[in-house]
Design a protein around this ligand. Structure first.
Ligand code: MG
Length: 317
């Protein structure tokens, strides 16, 4: 398995003055973070989360690795908010995906109400569970999913990064398949655009991550753009034939004997034509006429003579 195309777009939307979302699009690591807090604190929290993930990105593996990265991000945001009163109470969501191309698995780590989706064979599946008030009310049967979508408290989250010294992280693994398209997004997309329209927009973009990302942000804004909107998309593809095999093919082609240059040359019976087996650079080869071959034979003869002489010396002493 390998990671194919990837793209990310973030947009302030139509109502907010600032963009407090952040993202990571550094294959094999992808993430979105949706900050909250007064002044510019939300922006700071989201950026701290993205930076902590990016920093750990290349080193960690699997759901435990991504959970540890998120826990470290939590610690940094918490400590910053304790040290800087202007950022007190800041927090952020985070939804991260880490691909292991060797096994084709995708580790997902998640806190808050940003989401990870998987589009497989035309079906969009939400992989993460929102840590939000309305999701809990739906879970306990108090609200229907439709009521939750219109609920005034729908953006209230019950778990965030940086608001407590420690955080509980949802972490799990999804087995990827060639052709899978993963979508990470902030609630600026999922609260504005229903899932079936998200799937339709990606299909209309031919599942091209860059085009789909633009289309999804445009869809959120067309529906009011009430929040910052961030989308990150990446695709998984089948492994390409190894590069060495392609190289070997090219070499084999280069080694194919060229048609003989002079048809009137006498065949050399004493030695098999060396140029048919050895990768001789083309100019030398073209330069080797009958004189060249004679020269080569003389050289071989001289070398043999020298070897015999040395052997004779060795025996005689
Ligand atoms: Mg948001």
């Amino acid at each position: 398995m390998r990671i194919g195309r990837a793209a990310a777009v973030t947009d302030t939307g139509r109502r907010r003055l600032r963009n407090e979302d952040a993202f990571v699009c550094e294959p094999p690591l992808f993430a979105v973070a949706d900050g909250m807090g007064g002044a510019r604190a939300g922006e700071i929290a989201a950026r701290l989360a993205a930076a902590a993930l990016e920093e750990a990105g290349a080193r960690v593996r699997g759901p435990e690795g991504i959970a540890a990265s998120i826990a470290e991000a939590n610690r940094r945001i918490w400590e910053r908010s304790r040290a800087d009163p202007q950022t007190a109470g800041m927090g952020t969501t985070v939804t991260a995906a880490l691909v292991d191309p060797e096994t084709g698995t995708v580790a997902i780590g998640h806190v808050g109400d940003s989401r990870a989706y998987l589009l497989r064979e035309g079906t969009l599946e939400q992989l993460t569970t929102d840590h939000s008030l309305v999701a809990e009310l739906v879970e306990s049967g108090v609200l229907t999913p439709e009521e939750a979508e219109r609920h005034p408290q729908r953006s209230a989250i019950t778990r965030a990064l940086g608001t407590e010294p420690t955080v509980e992280v949802d972490a799990f693994t999804v087995q990827g398949r060639p052709g899978d398209l993963f979508l990470l997004c902030s609630d600026g997309l999922s609260s504005m655009v229903p899932d079936d329209e998200v799937a339709a927009a990606i299909a209309a973009a031919g599942s091209d991550p860059a085009r789909a990302a633009e289309a999804l942000v445009a869809a959120a804004n067309a529906r009011g753009g009430e929040d910052n909107v961030t989308v990150v998309l990446f695709e998984l593809l089948a492994e390409e034939p190894p590069a060495e095999a392609a190289d070997a093919g090219a070499q084999a082609q280069a080694l194919e004997p060229e048609p003989p240059g002079g048809g009137d040359q006498p065949p050399l019976s004493s030695a098999p034509a060396p140029e048919a087996e050895l990768p001789v650079p083309a100019p030398t080869r073209h330069g080797a006429g009958p004189g060249g071959r004679l020269g080569a034979l003389l050289l071989i003869g001289a070398a043999l003579g020298a070897a015999l002489l040395l052997l004779y010396w060795g025996v005689a002493r």
